[in-house]
Each structure stands twice: as C-alpha cells, then as structure tokens.
Design a protein around this ligand. Structure first.
Ligand code: IMP
Ligand code: MG
Length: 176
C-alpha cells in the first residue's frame, strides 16, 4: 500500500454489494420513467461505470464537470460549471451521480442549475456521504455509504489527481 494510505475504509467486495443493491433499487424506482443520469466528472466515473451495469432499465447518459477543490483538499465555496451537459433534460427524470457529498456546496449549486432546465424530477445518488462537514442542507435520495469526517481516496476519488485507480476506498493521511 502507498505510504499515504492509512487504511481501507470500504473494501471492493462491500462496494460491489452496495452498487448491486442500488442498481436494483434504482431500476425499480425508475421503471417506466425517462431516466437521464448526469455523472459529475471526474470522481464519479468509476461508480457510474459499475452502477450503469447494475441497472436493468433504459437510461440516457450525460456528464458535467464542475470546478472543484483544485489541488487543495478544502472547498473554495464557489462552484462553476466547466463542462455542461448537452442533452435536453426538460420533462426528464434526472439522477445526479456523484462520488461524495461533503459540505454540499457542489451538489446544491448543481441542483439549482439543473432545476432551471425544468426536469420532471431531480434526485441524487452519491456513493459516499460525509455529513460531518455539511454547510448546505440538501437531500440525497440514494447513498452508498455514510463515512466519518476523513479524507478518502480510491474508486474514482483523488488527492491531487492520484489514487483514482484504487479498487477500494481508503483513508488518506493528508492534512484535512
Ligand atoms: P462539497 O462541495 O464540499 O460537497 O464537495 C464535493 C466534492 O469535493 C466531491 O465531488 C469531491 O470531488 C470532493 N471531495 C470531498 N471530500 C472528498 C474526499 O474525502 N476525498 C476526495 N474528494 C473529496
Ligand atoms: Mg466530485
């Protein structure tokens, strides 16, 4: 293990099981709906790729990229859309797929931006929820795992663009 990885928090097996459950739940909840998944780049791509294959219903895909922490582990509080979706989401059932919700700043700005395009419904599926640092009160309809207040990497999540390839979620020992 890399020396800046302290411990494995969520194993590959645990992730697989939970993603499968989420896939079953989402397939039931969005049966007969016009589901459009909007994946938040870059962190959510690994989760998205597995979650998609756990769905048994038709789904459209789009991507959005937001300004993030940059090279720091601290959110700036200002969120900008760097790359927008290209699909028309009006009258569609939109599900945001996000890697982690921390302060909630990113998700609440994204929700606001998407709601202005008048989808029929707008919900969120986040792999991880870190409620300890929440600043904006937001509803997350589907959560993979609740985690304590620590900085995590792996399964798409990075620190300085590293560790996204780890097949598990690990606690990093960076200053946070
Ligand atoms: P928020 O706006 O504070 O909720 O931050 C959300 C974004 O910050 C996520 O989409 C991640 O990209 C990043 N982030 C928050 N916590 C962590 C973490 O523990 N590890 C890696 N990225 C994180
Ligand atoms: Mg993210």
């Amino acid at each position: 293990m890399d020396k800046s990885i302290k411990q494995i928090l969520i194993s590959t097996t645990q992730i697989k099981q939970r993603v499968k459950q989420l896939g079953i739940q989402l397939s039931a909840d969005y049966k007969d709906k016009n589901l459009v998944i909007i994946c938040v780049l870059k962190g959510a791509i690994v989760f998205l790729a597995d979650l998609l294959r756990a769905l048994s219903i038709p789904v459209e895909l789009d991507f959005v990229r937001l300004s993030s922490y940059g090279k720091s582990a601290e959110s700036s509080g200002v969120v900008q859309i760097i790359q927008n979706i290209t699909s028309d989401i009006q009258h569609k059932d939109v599900l945001i797929v996000e890697d982690i919700v921390d302060t909630g700043t990113t998700l609440s700005s994204l929700k606001e931006a998407l709601l202005s395009q008048k989808p029929s419904s707008l919900k969120t599926c986040a792999l991880l929820n870190k409620p300890a640092r929440r600043v904006k009160s937001i509803t997350i309809e589907y959560v993979g795992f609740e985690i304590p207040n620590c900085f995590v990497v792996g399964y798409g999540l990075d620190y300085n663009e590293k560790y996204r390839n780890l097949p598990y979620i690990a606690v990093s020992d960076i200053d946070f």
